[in-house]
Design a protein around this ligand. Structure first.
Ligand code: COA
Length: 430
């Protein structure tokens, strides 16, 4: 048996020393959300002025490291693949870059060198006895980047779970290792008010026992999940695994038994939740973490019969075009897997895609259902793909419906204060 421990020790460096792996002009790939390596990104921030033109690309940047600095972007610049709390303000102000994408297609962009991947900086589990680390928190596009990268730098943290699936990298491929032990970032479940509860109930009533679920990002999808605790034999094929799904597993609603594709297994590509979730993931044979071009490929996800996808939006027009990632021209988040999974549900036998949104924003002063999307809005889900839309006032079913029928369905689920003005606007639009 090769001596992996000696190899491990030979690659161990401090976070400061690990910056020697970088060259000017490098494009660093960092995993989604909580898979971001804090010690490495802190060291990069501290040393940023000695580099030129380094880019850090990531989905959902969570922590605002010092390199998020408009004064030093010629040294290190963030490239958002989906805006998170740390990158949103810079994106709106214009000093954080943005590459539009479908989450499921990012690995393909990396393989075709359309998104460079010179270096990978990632959190990882401790090494197992065979010399493998698990990139369990953000498997996503990082696995594709590993195959291309000149240098792979891991931040090994004992709090990172070792998971099953296709999420492993061998010590022989690793260029440098940094050890850290700080607790992982935790994200709790949102507060569920009456609006979220009403939306959740409408959706729950349309989900049968034995369905397979994808749960999107945002407060409303989580609220829906919490209303599924009385279902039976649900399955999971999703991109994000969070505490909502953990709740369904713990109460026995998720068994994965009825899945026709990968029965018995739940499948995800990144994790965002509490320490309870991360502990649940550790060596759990019920869960597989896979690259995002597997989880989100509509042709693969759609192999699950009765696939139910639940995703949130910010604004929807009377044709059903969903602006889920910007407020007018101001970027807010990204496409993520929304369009991937809406298409997957459309392919799935018995599948249904739900776009869920409160009927209004800003204390009922703004209708989220509008005649036409606000100027500059980025369209996330197209009119051709969208199917069920749910607000606290009911359900609109759009696929196969004419423009006039769609307008009627959507006005019916708008807030009563805005229905008359929407009717008049719809008349004007013909
Ligand atoms: N006009 C003006 N402001 C609006 C608005 C509108 N039409 N719609 C929402 N807002 C405001 C809200 O009031 C809120 O502001 P606040 O934080 O000051 O209260 C903010 O925008 C966010 O809206 P909210 O509905 O609370 O968003 P969320 O945190 O639940 O996230 C999405 C919802 C749509 C941003 C998120 O689900 C997303 O990014 N979706 C697209 C990608 C996706 O679904 N991927 C699948 C999984 S990755």
């Amino acid at each position: 048996m090769p001596d992996f421990d000696n190899l491990y020790q030979s690659k161990r460096v401090s976070a400061t020393e690990a910056m020697a792996q970088l060259h000017d002009g490098d494009f660093i790939i960092v995993p989604t959300g909580v898979g971001e390596p804090p010690a490495l990104l802190t060291a990069l921030s501290e040393q940023r002025r000695r580099f030129r033109d380094i880019k850090v690309a990531q989905i959902l940047a969570l922590r605002k490291y010092a390199y998020f600095d408009p004064e030093t972007v010629e040294h290190v610049r963030h490239v958002a693949l989906f805006y998170g709390p740390a990158s949103r303000a810079g994106g709106q102000a214009g000093w954080v870059d943005f590459i539009p994408n479908y989450f499921g297609e990012i690995p393909g962009l990396i393989e075709r060198h359309q998104i460079p991947a010179d270096v990978v900086f990632s959190m990882a589990s401790p090494m197992d006895e065979h010399g493998f680390f698990a990139l369990s928190l953000g498997t996503d596009y990082t696995m594709a980047a590993l195959a291309q990268a000149r240098s792979i730098v891991l931040e090994v943290n004992p709090n990172v779970p070792f998971t099953h699936g296709q999420c492993h990298v061998h010590i022989s491929r690793v260029s440098a290792l940094v050890e850290s032990s700080e607790p992982l970032l935790e994200v709790g479940l949102p507060v569920i008010g009456p609006v979220q509860q009403a939306i959740g109930k409408y959706v729950a009533d349309m989900i049968g026992d034995g369905a397979t679920l994808q749960i999107g990002y945002g407060a409303i999808p989580d609220a829906v999940v919490m209303q599924l605790v009385d279902k039976h034999d649900l399955g999971i094929h999703t991109e994000m695994v969070g505490d909502g799904i953990l709740t369904l597993v713990n109460c026995g609603a998720v068994t994965n038994r009825k899945k026709n594709f990968l029965p018995g297994k739940m499948v995800a590509t990144f994790a965002l939740g509490s320490s309870r979730l991360y502990q649940f993931m550790h060596r759990n044979p019920m869960l597989e973490m896979h690259p995002v071009n597997f989880t989100n490929d509509p042709a693969i996800a759609g192999l699950n019969d009765n696939l139910i996808t639940i995703n949130a939006s910010l604004q929807i027009d009377l044709l059903g075009q969903c602006g889920s990632e910007s407020l007018g021209r101001l970027p807010y988040s990204g496409t993520g897997g929304q369009a991937d999974f809406v298409r997957a549900a459309n392919r799935s036998r018995g599948g249904k895609s739900f776009i869920v949104l409160p009927s209004t924003a800003k204390d009922d002063t703004i209708s989220r259902i509008v005649p036409s999307l606000s100027n500059g809005t980025h369209v996330t889900t197209s009119k051709n793909d969208v199917d069920y839309v749910v607000t606290e006032f009911g359900v609109a079913q759009l696929r196969g419906k004419s423009a006039q029928q769609r307008a009627r369905e959507l006005i019916h689920i708008a807030h009563p204060n805005f229905r008359e003005e929407l009717r008049q606007a719809a008349d004007k639009l013909g």
